[in-house]
Design a protein around this ligand. Structure first.
Ligand SMILES: [Zn+2]
Length: 344
């Protein structure tokens, strides 16, 4: 059996679209028919070769999606054929299978435990979570990365409470999900910072109370005008060290928390004035929002179904897989919240 897939053959070059031969399932794997995949900054960095040396070329890509299980390998008990699933890079329960290889024109194409830029994909059991009925499949794709990373960073990592003042730097898919999470947690004000006014408008649709465009003046100064003394929580979702410094600068002394989410290009560093730490500011990293998928993903699903967690404005009109390079470009140039690739 074959599947159409987007393949990274050489970094810095457009992804190639072609048919791959699907291998026989190993124990602990499932074959999933993918309905929708999100496109995340991580894939942009991979495609551009900005994550360091890529030893796995040629390889498949993608780490968040929604789909339907078609076949299961020996030992798989978490999901069954014809079950809807969330595909996520975040490890949950179940068997961990390191990766797989597809056949392509007499060559091998590598794939990790999860890849999603294809019509069908072989996925490790522990990257799958059952998806209940009643959730739009494009929005469900965001449950693989953008929602758990964005919302989880607000709730789990930063520990947001009603009344906390909150700022998010960078409102792409993760940052917009963080806005939705901060609004649901009762944060106030909720301030969104981005260079792109269209994205700031999306943040307002999701309930951001204020927006800041650094083109209109220094972002930290604008935030201090809104929240004299600094904010309780600042999240950074741009992957730019200069912005990470701004996130630390704008939290209040004695307990303000800056959470660094963004992935930086390999080799970049942050330089900070250590006095900020003496003032009691805290800097936290996050492993994709510090989720336990088996505990947290069903919660996000219930909130989506109940209409309490609003992510509808985040998802783009789906791109067909053939236009995956346009989807990557739209992510880079900030024209949509989260580009979605629709396979069906
Ligand atoms: Zn991601």
């Amino acid at each position: 059996m074959k599947t159409i897939a987007a393949i990274l053959v050489e970094t810095g070059q457009p992804l190639e679209i072609d048919d791959l031969e699907i291998p026989k399932l190993q124990p602990g794997q499932a074959l999933v028919e993918i309905h929708c995949s999100g496109v995340c900054h991580t894939q942009l960095l991979e495609a551009k070769g900005l994550r360091g040396e890529d030893k796995f070329l040629p390889h498949c890509l993608g780490h968040e999606g929604s789909g339907v299980v078609k076949e299961i390998g020996a030992g798989v008990t978490k999901v069954k054929p014809e079950q809807k699933v969330i595909l996520s890079w975040i490890k949950g329960s179940g068997i961990n299978v390191l990766g797989t290889q597809y056949e392509w024109r007499g060559r091998k194409v590598n794939a990790g435990s999860i890849t999603t830029f294809s019509r069908y994909a072989v996925i490790s059991e522990n990257r799958l979570t059952p998806l209940p009925d009643g959730i739009d499949m494009a929005q469900a794709a965001l449950l693989g990365c953008a929602i758990p990373t964005g919302v989880g960073s607000v709730w789990n990592t930063a520990g947001a409470r009603p009344g906390h003042s909150f700022v998010i730097f960078g409102v792409g898919g993760v940052g917009l999900s963080a806005v939705a999470g901060a609004v649901l947690a009762g944060c106030c004000p909720v301030i969104a910072v981005d260079l792109n006014d269209d994205r700031l408008e999306l943040a307002r649709q999701l309930g951001a109370t204020h927006t800041v465009n650094p083109k209109a003046g220094d972002a930290v100064q604008q935030i201090f005008k809104l929240c004299p003394g600094g904010v309780d929580i600042a999240l950074e979702a741009t992957g730019r060290p200069a912005v990470m410094k701004q996130a630390v600068a704008c939290v209040r002394s004695q307990g303000g928390v800056a959470v660094i989410i963004g992935n930086s290009p390999e080799g970049e560093m942050i330089a900070l004035d250590p006095k900020q730490l003496n003032q009691g500011k805290q800097i936290r990293g996050t492993w994709g929002g510090d989720n336990v998928p088996d505990r947290d993903f069903p919660r996000y699903c219930e909130l989506l179904k109940a209409g309490k967690l609003n992510v509808k404005p985040i998802v783009s009109t789906p791109f067909p897989l053939e236009k995956v390079n346009e989807a990557l470009a739209s992510l880079e140039h900030g024209t949509v919240g989260r580009p979605i690739i629709g396979m069906i």
